[in-house]
Design a protein around this ligand. Structure first.
Ligand SMILES: C[S@@+](CC[C@H](N)C(=O)[O-])C[C@H]1O[C@@H](n2cnc3c(N)ncnc32)[C@H](O)[C@@H]1O
Length: 252
């Protein structure tokens, strides 16, 4: 076995290994540089060149595994005249954002954002060709190239209802130079989320490590938050978690 993969298996990161098993030439670059745009551009370009027809690439699992965590948070309008603002942060070519758009009974504006223009273009072409219909005719879906450490350039403060993050913070935290970016992304999320909003991180990281990291990063003045965790379940011998981060109401 490739020594990098072996190390990942031994350190309990079997999912990363499984996800990159079919991309052996990319393995080392991907694992050490999952915070870099160039790595992901190459990953998505190589993945798409391998298949003649587009196929969504899902990190960990797809919408079905996590819909019960997501959809209950989209039951109440935060503003009577506006759609709920949903962000899939680091969407890649996952179908998560399109599925939320398709299934939400309330009107949603789903923004799927990724640092990789290759992933964004593939998804734009895919949804155009597929012409996905939303449950609510007022719902909207868009894909944008965006570095999520700069979320404030795209969103006003307190303007987003739900941020979903499937594997993006994990990717940053596991990269050689990504830990600081993961902290920045979390702080940006807390700035753009409404006080009624939430950030969901889907991850295979153990709660002992992730809760400590979240609690430490989210305790600075101006970015206070409450943090919780639920088990998503076990898949291929790996336990997955849903970490929920909610802005804390500060009473003056
Ligand atoms: C582990 S993949 C997960 C992709 C997708 N969420 C899924 O479930 O398949 C991490 C994604 O985060 C994106 N990414 C990494 N750094 C980013 C950043 N600073 N801003 C936005 N996206 C980023 C990568 O391009 C990649 O698509």
């Amino acid at each position: 076995m490739n020594p990098v993969l072996k190390h990942l298996v031994l350190s309990g990161r079997r999912v990363v290994a499984a996800c990159v098993r079919h991309h052996s030439s990319l393995t080392t670059e991907l694992i050490e540089n999952m915070d870099k745009k160039a790595t992901w551009d190459r990953f998505y370009a190589e993945s798409s060149s391998r298949t003649p027809t587009f196929k969504n690439f899902e990190w960990f699992f797809g919408f079905e595994a996590v819909q019960d965590f997501i959809m209950p948070l989209l039951q109440t309008k935060s503003h009577p005249d506006a759609p709920l603002q949903v962000l899939d942060m680091g969407c890649g070519t996952s179908a998560l954002g399109p599925c939320i758009y398709r299934h939400s009974p309330l009107p949603v504006q789903v923004t799927c954002a990724d640092i990789s223009p290759v992933a964004v273009r593939l998804m734009q072409e895919h949804v155009r060709a597929k012409a996905i219909q939303p449950h609510n005719i007022s719902s909207k879906l868009k894909f944008v190239e965006l570095d999520c450490t700069q979320l404030h350039e795209h969103y006003g403060s307190r303007s987003v209802d739900l941020v979903v993050d499937k594997g993006t913070t994990d990717a940053l935290l596991r990269s050689k130079e990504g830990k600081g970016k993961a902290g920045l992304v979390l702080k940006q999320c807390l700035k753009v989320l409404r006080s009624s909003g939430a950030l969901l991180q889907f991850s295979d990281e153990d709660p002992d490590a992730r809760l400590l990291w979240l609690e430490t990063e989210a305790q600075e003045p101006g970015v206070m938050a409450d943090v919780g965790v639920q088990e998503v379940g076990e898949l291929r011998g790996v336990c997955y978690y849903c970490y929920q981060v909610t802005p804390r109401l500060i009473v003056h």
